[in-house]
Design a protein around this ligand. Structure first.
Ligand code: ZN
Length: 68
C-alpha cells in the first residue's frame, strides 16, 4: 500500500491539532529526543509524543476501561 502525499498531509494536520497542551491549551515546543519528536509543554512540563504516544495512550485508556 502506498502512502500518498494526501495521507501524510492528513497525519500532519492531526499532529498539528495535538500541538496544544491539553492541560494548559498553549503551544508545545518540539524537542528531538533520541530521534523521536517530543512535544513538550514548558508550562506544566508535560511531554506529548506524536503517534507513538497516542497509541500508548489509547492502550492505557483501554486498560483502564477493562479494569472496571
Ligand atoms: Zn501544559
Amino acid at each position: 500500500m502506498n502512502t500518498t502525499d494526501q495521507d501524510q498531509e492528513d497525519i500532519a494536520k492531526r499532529l498539528k491539532r495535538m500541538l496544544l497542551c491539553p492541560r494548559c491549551m498553549i503551544e508545545l515546543k518540539i524537542v528531538l529526543h533520541e530521534d523521536i519528536e517530543v512535544d513538550t509543554c514548558l508550562t506544566c512540563n508535560g511531554i506529548w509524543v506524536d503517534i507513538i504516544e497516542e497509541k500508548m495512550l489509547l492502550n492505557r485508556l483501554s486498560e483502564n476501561y477493562f479494569e472496571h
